[in-house]
Design a protein around this ligand. Structure first.
Ligand code: TTP
Ligand code: MG
Length: 344
């Protein structure tokens, strides 16, 4: 019997800012580019739950967020601070893991040590939440299920400060009433296409004819059917991303504005460059990740003989981005990562 945890920190960047600046408590807080900076264009990285009440969301143009709540506290991204908080949290989690996989700056999967039943697992999750609260003064949401797919959906089920346990025999009942958008990989376009077919919930996908789904969505249709039935055999395992410093931005609505993309990349380049320096890493490789509408994802990288300075990282990222300038599709996500790290 497999037991998989997914741990996701709550409003992470914003929560770290609130921890460092207690006067922010109770106020709506938005982390992102400066909305009053004139020429700066940018997006919301995240905001706290109080700002979410005004409709502010990650990936939204910062100007729109400002329009929704002018009284919010707008803070610049201090990625280095969040990155070091993330590193301590990951260390803390690893103690309890037989297998461990960090999946983003504030998320990880683990298969627990010494927890053989779902009851043990639930107790361990409560202990982990308490420990993160005490040592890091941050809250997280944890999902537990028989695989990564179910665990991830479960961690998102009650947020913030949630704990959701889905035992193997509860998977069908848990997933089936959810809207299709909750399924990994289903974006607005797939959602619209599914709704067109009268498919509204994950349960509807699970019951649909897999051949029909493959006919419409290709290979992805077959995966969608498997996922909707709660099936996911992927392993919890460390990826190379854990040995790099990177950040990505998912836009609230897909964009074809290359000026905006360049701007966001420049910001990210600055953030991750400063972080590697502060953590005493040197690097050789810059990796660009770009995801277009329809989940089509590409990475492109360039390695350098010498470690570049921050302006060269920006230059390399612009050069990598230019390879995609002929694409007619809109961009959903853009990110940058510095790899081939060595401690100096
Ligand atoms: P998320 O876990 O998606 O969001 P969150 O932790 O802020 O809020 P939630 O309680 O819903 O989990 O992302 C983690 C951090 O990553 C987030 O605090 C900011 C950053 N981030 C980006 O930089 N760009 C993005 O597009 C998103 C979605 C997040
Ligand atoms: Mg989070």
């Amino acid at each position: 019997m497999r037991i998989v945890f997914h741990i996701d920190m709550d409003a992470f960047f914003s929560a770290v800012e609130e921890r460092e600046n207690p006067e922010l408590k109770g106020k709506p807080v938005v982390v992102g580019a400066d909305p009053k900076g004139g020429k700066r264009r940018g997006v919301v990285s995240t905001c706290n739950y109080s700002a979410r009440k005004y409709g502010i969301r990650s990936g939204m143009p910062i100007s729109k967020a400002y329009g929704l709540c002018k009284d919010a506290v707008f803070l610049p991204v201090n990625f280095q601070l969040y990155w070091s908080a993330s590193a301590s949290i990951m260390q803390l989690l690893k103690k309890y893991a037989e297998k461990f996989q960090q999946s983003s700056v504030d998320e990880a999967f683990l298969e627990p040590k010494n927890a053989d039943t779902y009851e043990d697992a639930e107790r361990l999750a409560m202990k982990i939440k308490e420990e993160i609260n005490e040592k890091e003064r941050l809250t997280c949401s944890i999902g537990i299920g028989p695989n990564k797919l179910v665990a991830k959906i479960a961690s998102d089920f009650k947020k913030p400060d949630g704990l959701t346990v889905v035992k193997p025999d509860e998977v069908g009942g848990f997933l089936s009433p959810m809207p299709v958008r909750k399924l990994y990989g289903v974006g607005p376009k797939t959602e619209a296409a599914l709704n067109e077919l009268g498919i509204k919930t994950i349960g509807d996908i699970a019951k649909a004819d897999p051949e029909k789904l493959s006919g419409i969505f290709g290979k992805w249709g077959a995966y969608m059917h498997k996922y909707a039935n709660g099936i996911d055999d992927s392993e919890v395992k460390e990826t190379d991303e854990a040995k790099s410093v990177g950040r990505e931005v998912t836009f609230e609505s897909d964009t074809s504005d290359f000026g905006l993309l360049k701007n966001v990349l420049d910001d990210i380049a600055g953030d991750i460059y400063r972080t590697t320096k502060a953590e005493n890493y040197s690097f050789r490789t810059v990796v660009l990740k770009i995801r277009f509408e329809g989940f089509e994802t590409h990475t492109k990288q360039k390695s350098l003989n010498q470690e570049p300075d921050v302006e060269s990282v920006k230059g390399v990222s612009a050069e990598l981005l230019s390879h995609f300038s002929g694409y007619r599709k809109k961009v959903r996500l853009i990110g940058l990562r510095l790899t081939n790290l060595t401690k100096v």
